[in-house]
Ligand binder design. Structure first.
Ligand SMILES: Cc1cc2nc3c(=O)[nH]c(=O)nc-3n(C[C@H](O)[C@H](O)[C@H](O)COP(=O)(O)OP(=O)(O)OC[C@H]3O[C@@H](n4cnc5c(N)ncnc54)[C@H](O)[C@@H]3O)c2cc1C
Ligand SMILES: NC(=O)c1ccc[n+]([C@@H]2O[C@H](COP(=O)([O-])OP(=O)(O)OC[C@H]3O[C@@H](n4cnc5c(N)ncnc54)[C@H](O)[C@@H]3O)[C@@H](O)[C@H]2O)c1
Length: 480
């Protein structure tokens, strides 16, 4: 084993924070090494946001083509209902091409910045020393020491656990990564979990032609959302033919037929029932990639769920070791991981000695669930606002998207908007748009929250007609 000269910065994991951080340190003249076990650019680019949103676009095209007759558009005289043929290999290739191009961009930026990249799996030997196994265990081992260490190793899908699962052939048991590599549309897809991953894939594969059943253990889809928003999303998915069973759980695989299809027994509404499937997608949550890091050797603490504990400056319990992204626990989004990078960069590479120290406290968290219509949200949900500010005069405004001219003109008027405000000051505390381009509409309100703009200003603003933002004139009339 070769002993190396100490690095200024050693980064474990090429996630959404580690990758730009490595470049920033290198550009600042520091000696940097980035260790990555699988592929540069992490989950978001390789198996998360980028590929899923690319696939979802194919699903939307299939959906809109079939809706053509609603707009007076037919693909041919013979095909009056605009039935579509899905070429899953082409759908997959389009996804692969975009992933490859995004990953290539990240690789090039690291190279241009002069970052040393080491492909291998890292774990701690001591607070300042890291052991790296390269070449998937067949290659060499390295011991590296560094002044500062940054952990950005992310999460992975929770391991499927279901009685009798071994009776199914491997290619029929899917997670959020393997489902994206299918070269044919599954006939009957059972989705276990009704969170972000579950709802996005359920709608996508329903649109591509699968019969889809979602088994969600909680009382609603997306348990963090306010109940009426989750209910509206459920109805939208059901309108497209997705079967959703709430408060339900798969008990086990009962039987498997010769062609590979199977029956599952499911506990639902207090009774046991059977459902059929050809494929099963486990979307019941993700777990942090901490086990192989040997964190005890560095004195780094984790919480009960295995997430690394950090203070608001992203320092772990070993002060010179920092943690960024999903592996420190929710919220698990690319833009949060990227903001972690921004915090570390500002604090460790300050532009001037007077530059203020940044932290995570009070960080505004927006997100978009890429169902169609999108579910964009920023700030607090109603239940959170009421709990956090019992002394405030919390008011909410809800308006169906069917009241938005632009949504009616495009005939995409499903969903609703909901705002949560402090009725006394007019401060906007949270906003949700489940509607066409819900993420973009949400971003308009996010700007208002960031600028401290009260809702009355949006109510009286001159918005271009007929834009979706124009609905921010009318929404506030529903405050109660
Ligand atoms: C299907 C899916 C869809 C998603 N869609 C969205 C979306 O639309 N929008 C959004 O904001 N977020 C989305 N997310 C979440 C998003 O992908 C993550 O929040 C984001 O990637 C941030 O992750 P990260 O920076 O913590 O690390 P990651 O991107 O997970 O990267 C961690 C890296 O560390 C490497 N690694 C792990 N262990 C080791 C080790 N011991 N040694 C060396 N390297 C190691 C891994 O190989 C990986 O490359 C989605 C996630 C999934 C699964
Ligand atoms: N558009 C986006 O931003 C996006 C998309 C995908 C993922 N993500 C990120 O990835 C994270 C993980 O997503 P996820 O959907 O895998 O996890 P999740 O934790 O958000 O949802 C998992 C769901 O599965 C349910 N569940 C758990 N065990 C179950 C069981 N045995 N049977 C039935 N249901 C069960 C839970 O009630 C929960 O609602 C998200 O929280 C999010 O931060 C973001």
């Amino acid at each position: 084993m070769a002993l190396q000269r100490p690095y200024d910065a050693l980064i474990i994991g090429s996630g959404q924070a580690g990758t730009p951080l490595a470049s920033a340190f290198a550009k600042a003249g520091q000696k940097v090494v980035l260790i990555e076990s699988t592929h540069i650019a992490g989950c978001c680019v390789n198996e998360g946001c980028t590929p899923t949103k690319t696939l979802i676009t194919s699903g939307r095209v299939a959906h809109l083509t079939q809706r053509g007759p609603d707009y007076g558009i037919h693909t041919s005289k013979e095909n009056e209902t605009n039935q579509v043929l899905v070429d899953m290999k082409k759908v997959r290739q389009r996804k692969r091409d975009i992933v490859e191009s995004f990953r290539g961009g990240s690789e090039k930026r690291l190279k241009d910045a002069g970052v040393e990249v080491l492909m291998g799996k890292a774990g701690f030997v001591s607070p300042t020393t890291v052991h790296v196994v390269t070449g998937g265990g067949q290659g060499s081992e390295k011991i590296l020491t560094a002044k500062n260490i940054f952990i950005n190793v992310g999460e992975r899908p929770a391991t499927p656990s279901l009685q009798g699962i071994k009776k199914l052939s491997k290619e029929r048991v899917l997670d959020s990564t393997s489902i994206q590599e299918l070269d044919a549309v599954p006939e009957k897809l059972v989705v276990i979990g009704g969170g972000y991953v579950g709802v996005e894939f359920a709608q996508l594969f329903g649109r591509l032609g699968s019969t889809v059943t979602v088994l969600q253990r909680a009382k609603q889809l997306l348990p963090r959302e306010d109940q009426e928003v989750a209910q509206a999303l459920k109805e939208i998915l059901e309108d497209e033919g997705v079967v959703i069973k709430l408060e339900s759980e798969a008990v086990g695989v009962d039987s498997v037929s010769e062609n590979g299809s199977f029956t599952l027994s499911v506990k639902h509404a207090g009774a046991e029932q059977q459902i059929e499937g050809t494929h099963i997608l486990f979307a019941a949550g993700r777990v942090p990639n901490t086990e192989s890091l040997n964190l005890e050797a560095a004195g780094i603490e984790t919480n009960a769920r295995g997430y690394i504990v950090a203070n608001e400056f992203l320092q772990t319990t070993a002060g010179h070791v920092y943690v960024l992204g999903d592996v420190k626990g929710p919220p698990a989004f690319t833009h949060i991981s990227y903001d972690d990078f921004r915090i570390i960069k500002a604090n460790l590479l300050p532009e001037s000695p007077e530059a203020p120290k940044l932290g995570t406290t009070g960080r505004l968290v927006p997100y978009v669930v890429y169902t169609d219509p999108q579910l964009g949200h920023v700030g607090l949900h109603e239940h959170e606002a009421r709990k956090q500010f019992p002394e405030k005069n919390i008011k909410t405004a809800k308006m169906p998207m069917a009241w938005v001219a632009r949504a009616l003109e495009t005939d995409e008027s499903k969903g609703l908007m909901k705002a949560v405000v402090d009725g006394d000051s007019g401060e906007i505390l949270g906003f949700t748009c489940l509607g066409i381009e819900g993420g973009e509409v949400m971003a308009v309100v996010q700007m208002a929250i960031m600028g401290g703009v009260r809702y009355q200003k949006l109510q009286d603003a001159v918005w271009a007609h007929p834009s979706l933002a124009e609905s921010l004139n009318n929404l506030w009339g529903f405050l109660e």
